[in-house]
Design a protein around this ligand. Structure first.
Ligand SMILES: O=C([C@H](O)CO)[C@H](O)[C@H](O)COP(=O)(O)O
Length: 212
């Protein structure tokens, strides 16, 4: 089970400061959409250069021009780029084609999706990794709910990541669903002591999976 650290609404310097504090507890480092918009794709390249052994996720949230945006992400050194589930099939297929060429991955973000039919379509196109995503704006209205997993329940052969305001309390409930990756942003990046929180999160995940 992978812990993906999401770096959002932070300066470039703060992103690197936080990663320096928590890198031994996180598996994947996500450069958030807003951070890419602010600093450009070069921040993905800089992070990969500094942490070549970590998987770097470029949260591009691509919804069109799949080929171009996947190229931007992978040429910068990303291991995963994100594409929105509601995109045209062509966007998904083009992103997958580029990922295959680079031997990298796409994560399809299910934000706002209510229809399971689309998940089967994504799977048939060759998508292997999806993220259940409870968005920032929804987080202001209500709390993370495990019912989100109903969208993918019983659909085999997909790796599931989950995101959206996850903290230590909700983490323990999410573990019962055994996702492939757990994406955690503000609970770590806004903590007084990011290192302590990241350590606790990884320890909780490891004790669930039995990892040392
Ligand atoms: O993708 C994200 C969101 O859309 C903001 O851009 C976040 O990376 C994701 O939600 C995880 O962050 P937290 O919700 O702060 O844990």
């Amino acid at each position: 089970m992978n812990l993906q650290l999401a770096l959002d609404r932070l300066t470039e310097a703060r992103c690197f400061e936080i990663v320096q504090q928590v890198d031994k507890y996180v598996d994947w480092i996500e450069i958030g959409t807003g951070v890419i918009k602010e600093y450009g794709i070069r921040i993905v390249a800089k992070m990969k250069e500094k942490y070549p052994d970590k998987w770097i996720v470029a949260d591009m949230k691509t919804c069109d021009a799949g080929k171009h945006e996947a190229l931007q992400a992978f040429q910068a050194g990303a291991d995963i780029t994100t594409v929105m589930a509601f995109s045209e099939d062509k966007t998904i297929l083009d992103s997958l084609e580029i990922a295959q060429k680079f031997n990298k991955n796409i994560m399809v973000d299910l934000l706002g999706l209510k229809n399971r039919e689309r998940i089967y379509e994504l799977k048939n196109m060759g998508v292997q990794l999806v993220s259940l995503h409870f968005g920032k704006d929804s987080q202001q209205q209500t709390k993370f709910n495990l019912r989100m997993f109903d969208l993918v329940k019983g659909i085999s052969g997909l790796k599931i990541a989950v995101a959206g305001g996850i903290d230590l309390q909700s983490l323990s409930r999410i573990l019962s669903e055994s996702p492939y990756a757990i994406i955690i942003g503000s609970a770590i990046t806004n903590a007084d002591n990011p290192q302590k929180v990241a350590y606790e999160m990884k320890k909780t995940m490891n004790s669930h999976t039995g990892a040392l």
